[in-house]
Design a protein around this ligand. Structure first.
Ligand SMILES: O=c1ccn([C@H]2C[C@H](O)[C@@H](COP(=O)(O)O)O2)c(=O)[nH]1
Length: 123
């Protein structure tokens, strides 16, 4: 089985066990879970920041690379749940990634001197 498909299946099983069935049945519920998962990601991002010595005024902090890796995996759990909230399959994420990655390369090719929101509308 494809690794991304396996991750999506395992995340769905964990979320169901926690009592969350995705995608939610209404736009209202979708909005609620987008906010829940993005807030959870903000917290995990703060924990990731705390795993590097970011306090320029303090000397007690150490770079904890092992913890940083765990926080990335925590973030990945919530990012996959966010994709599932929006009804995206592993293939949807893969196809959208391919398209957006191509747009990002085109922007670099052209110097990216101007922001053109329309260049992502086909994704
Ligand atoms: O609905 C949820 C709630 C939590 N987690 C997972 C993601 C992280 O790996 C971990 C974060 O929980 P704490 O370790 O911060 O309690 O739980 C989910 O996958 N889905």
């Amino acid at each position: 089985m494809d690794k991304l498909e396996e991750i999506f299946r395992m995340q769905d099983a964990l979320n169901k066990r926690i009592g969350v069935n995705l995608p939610p049945p209404s736009d209202e519920e979708k909005a609620k879970w987008i906010l829940n998962y993005t807030r959870a990601m903000q917290q995990e991002t703060a924990e990731l920041i705390d795993s590097v010595p970011w306090k320029w005024w303090a000397k007690y902090q150490k770079f904890d690379e092992q913890n940083a890796k765990v926080e990335v995996v925590d973030l990945f759990h919530f990012l996959v749940s966010l994709a599932q909230t929006l009804g995206m399959t592993p293939d949807d994420v893969y196809q959208a990634y391919l398209k957006k990655n191509a747009v990002n390369h085109q922007r670099q090719d052209s110097g990216y001197v101007k922001k053109d929101e329309a260049d992502s509308k086909h994704i």
